[in-house]
Design a protein around this ligand. Sequence first.
Ligand code: SAH
Length: 242
Amino acid sequence: MVISPKSALPVPVFSLFVLLLFPASSVAQDQYALKRQQMVEQDIRGRGVKDPVVLGVMGKVPRHLFVDPSYRDRAYGDHPLPIGEGQTISQPYVVALMTGALGLKRSDRVLEIGTGSGYQAAVLAEVVREVYTIEIRKDLAQRAELTLKQLGCKNVQVKYGDGYFGWEEQAPFDAVIITAAANHIPPPLIKQLKEGGRLIVPLGSMVYFQTLTLATKRRGQLDVEQISPVAFVPMVGEMQKK
Ligand code: SAH
């Protein structure tokens, strides 16, 4: 009898290996746990993200619940996916990269511009104390709010509106994350950032590629550092009038 290479590793041995790596409860509760862990290892740690908090959170937040059921099987691939209205949920690696770059602390309060599916907000909510997120498309804002509520995310507030103006009543913020392409940093967001706080934004052309840019506020001015090329959907509303 010829044993094919595939059957060389008896199934029970492989199952035992999986169960040792991932406790039975998490595998049973979430059929995507294995795919999510593979995403963390290959696409996030494998591409240089080392922060254990970020890696832990990316391995925990159920990304498949932020996309349409027809896309669930592709939710852990390293690419953006459509979320309706021509918008996208960002690539997991970029979510991890942006979250890590902000150097967040547990006690922080963060403002996000561009709620989209709510996935980035859910990731942030596992890292910091409070997340405030603004979405300019009403349907997306409502859907994200519902998803976050269903997942029991209690420290995220979603607002429908133009994020260009920030969220004055909740300012100042320890960090600001803009998840849509911008050709400049909106002055109200700089104003609402704490001294020493960080802001991350895909900055440059609104149509093609941008440079992921990290800005730190020192004495009211921004110190700017370029991180990597990215491609985001454009920020609309007031941003496009400038
Ligand atoms: N962070 C999202 C993905 C962002 S896609 C996620 O995790 O799924 C970019 C989002 O920014 C889109 O939903 C788009 O509608 C929104 N957007 C564009 N311009 C905006 C603005 N001026 N204010 C708030 N949201 C905006």
